[in-house]
Design a protein around this ligand. Structure first.
Ligand code: ATP
Ligand code: ATP
Ligand code: MG
Ligand code: MG
Ligand code: MG
Ligand code: MG
Length: 263
């Protein structure tokens, strides 16, 4: 292979490093999922099975790639990072599908995802990014819950429902849900209102594997001086339990109680 006359094509490969010392966010998004909803009969506005298969895939990605904290990577190689995450996510999504949709087999075209990486230089930027996504989840879900209640329970068609909601504020939507359909929005499932956050929960580490990790670390430390903090962290992360929860990540509380996530 080496030195063949064809090898010059390697020169076309561009380095595409991300900025060092930044928080790398990789956003994975289903391609043409509007069509997927119709094709596989997702319940509107929220299909629990479809969320569960996304969460299962996300959890598998975090399990497989120990560099990731809260679905955020720390690395410096852009394309490899993004492509690895997206392909791991997609493979697990397809693998997990039958668990959540036992009566709806996948068919072509199969579900696929796009991915993009963005670097955020400060923890505040990263927190604001997360807050932006969760605020978006809340705004969309309140709108969708009101919209589909008007359609499914109120008998309106899509156009009429859209018109009813045009120009309404959050309080108006809450009021429509409560007065017309006796729905208290705050009692809607948290997974719908807050989305899902995947992270390592060190408090809940399995005591057996925790002990092993500590013992190995203690033995390794004095002899292997060259071993970096990074490698130790990576090993610790790969032993930790990964959880999927539906918590407020805008307020400080989530982060204050889990200092290991952003340190
Ligand atoms: P693109 O390829 O550009 O991302 P898209 O059709 O996937 O196109 P999005 O903006 O990503 O566009 O929208 C995703 C769509 O899938 C939304 O309409 C959303 O309501 C729907 N959807 C996603 N997950 C669920 C779910 N669990 N239950 C019901 N609907 C869902
Ligand atoms: P990376 O994640 O960095 O790509 P890698 O282990 O995949 O790491 P590659 O340089 O891509 O490293 O090498 C792929 C390896 O898999 C090679 O050793 C190659 O010989 C082996 N391999 C791939 N396909 C086959 C196959 N069909 N049969 C036998 N060996 C294979
Ligand atoms: Mg989307
Ligand atoms: Mg998209
Ligand atoms: Mg999409
Ligand atoms: Mg390879």
């Amino acid at each position: 292979m080496a030195n063949s006359k064809f090898e010059y094509v390697r020169e076309f490969e561009q380095p595409d490093y991300l900025l060092r010392n930044t928080w790398i966010v990789v956003r994975v998004d289903g391609r043409a999922f509007t069509k997927m909803c119709t094709r596989y009969g997702f319940e509107k506005p929220n299909d629990r099975r479809a969320l569960d298969v996304m969460n299962a895939a996300a959890k598998a990605v975090v399990t497989d790639l120990p560099e990731i904290t809260v679905a955020y990577g720390v690395s410096d190689e852009y394309s490899k990072l993004v492509s690895t995450i997206v392909s791991t996510f997609t493979a697990n999504y397809i693998y997990c599908w039958p668990t959540y949709f036992p009566d709806t087999p996948l068919s072509f075209p199969l579900p696929t995802f796009d991915g993009r990486a963005v670097c955020y230089p400060t923890i505040q930027n990263l927190r604001d990014y997360m807050s932006w996504r969760q605020a978006d989840c809340h705004i969309n879900n309140l709108y969708n819950t009101a919209f589909w209640s008007l359609v499914q329970l109120g008998g309106l068609d899509n156009k009429e429902a859209e018109k009813t909601l045009a120009g309404t504020l959050a309080a108006d939507k809450n009021e429509i849900l409560f007065s017309r359909f006796s729905i208290n929005y705050n009692n809607e499932p948290e997974i719908f209102r807050k989305g899902s956050v995947v992270f390592r929960d060190y408090e809940l580490v399995d005591p057996a594997s925790h002990q092993t990790a500590d013992a190995v670390d203690a033995l390794a430390e004095p002899v292997q001086q060259s071993k970096t903090q990074n490698e130790n962290d990576k090993k610790r992360r790969s032993k930790a339990r990964i959880v999927v929860e539906h918590l407020d990540i805008i307020r400080d509380d989530f982060w204050d109680r889990r200092p290991w996530i952003l340190s």
